[in-house]
Ligand binder design. Structure first.
Ligand SMILES: CC(C)(COP(=O)(O)OP(=O)(O)OC[C@H]1O[C@@H](n2cnc3c(N)ncnc32)[C@H](O)[C@@H]1OP(=O)(O)O)[C@@H](O)C(=O)NCCC(=O)NCCS
Length: 254
């Protein structure tokens, strides 16, 4: 028979409470911790969830979160949008955040700068963590796989201004869009910039402060400006998983 503490823990975190040391939190401490970590965010989520196109379960919305066009946004369960985050859903295909996706504080996410020219949209698959102060411009479409972790201040820029005509101001020449794909199980360090047209393949690691201008092969470690290969992960250590989609299947899943 599980104690009330274990039950609360399971509901809150979706896993069993298994402390690795003798020191354990009391029920009171656990409830206090949960309230401090997300009490108001949980209540805001309850209140606002019906505004979205879909919401699969618990939703946490931090303070001063600014959400435009929520009917273009589909959410899985356990999605969290951190304090002061801006999300504009207006786009051709909308925005989809999978289960357990967390966008940390001060995020900025949009696919469309002007209403006359909607961008493609954004898909983020399950268990992906986007660190604070992200900038995700998904004009050309961005797909981020599952179990991806990004550090603070990461920028994914799936759009360029065109500038070939020197007689016209750049801001009157329109935009070019290709799209960005970040496959499953990628780690992107703090303050990385990924430019339009880039595909970061499964298992890759991108060092802090890098500017990624070209595709990154699977399990490859890149760093620098422009990012260059500095190492390789041992992909033979990864257990063969017949159910794990191949990188090429990512687009089909999204
Ligand atoms: C990339 C990283 C993971 C280290 O990978 P690694 O394989 O252990 O690399 P090493 O430390 O052995 O460095 C290999 C070479 O790459 C260089 N290098 C490592 N990280 C670099 C970076 N971010 N930018 C530029 N060069 C880098 C090293 O100077 C070294 O160069 P050298 O061979 O000329 O001496 C780490 O440097 C990094 O950037 N971590 C991100 C930290 C972060 O953002 N944390 C936030 C938490 S989400």
């Amino acid at each position: 028979m599980k104690s009330i503490k274990h039950k609360i823990f399971r509901v809150a975190f979706g896993r069993d409470y298994s402390p690795s040391q003798d020191k354990q939190v009391t029920v009171r401490e656990l409830l206090y911790y949960l309230w401090k970590r997300g009490g108001w965010s949980f209540l805001r989520g309850l209140f606002l969830r019906h505004r979205f196109k879909e919401c699969g379960g618990r939703l946490l919305i931090g303070k001063s979160v600014n959400i435009l066009f929520p009917k273009y946004i589909s959410l899985g369960k356990n999605v969290a949008l951190g304090d002061y985050t801006y999300v504009n859903g207006f786009s051709q295909e909308g925005l989809r955040l999978g289960n357990n996706v967390r966008i940390r504080e001060h995020g900025w996410i949009q696919a469309t700068s002007t209403l006359e020219n909607p961008g493609k949209g954004l898909v983020i698959l399950d268990n992906t963590y986007i660190g604070p102060r992200c900038i995700i411009g998904a004009g050309g479409g961005i797909t981020i796989g599952s179990n991806v972790t990004t550090g603070a201040g990461v920028e994914l820029l799936a759009e360029d201004h065109m500038f070939s005509d020197a007689k016209l101001p750049i801001n009157e020449q329109g935009v070019a869009r290709k799209g960005i794909v970040i496959e499953d199980d990628v780690w992107i360090g703090n303050r990385v910039i990924v430019l339009d047209g880039v595909r970061v393949s499964r298992g890759a690691v991108i060092g802090a402060g890098s500017i990624v201008t070209k595709d990154v092969p699977p399990d490859t470690i890149v760093a620098g400006n422009p990012a260059r290969v500095i190492g390789q992960r041992d992909s033979s250590l990864r257990a063969a998983d017949p159910f794990s989609p191949l990188p090429g299947d990512l687009d089909a899943r999204s």
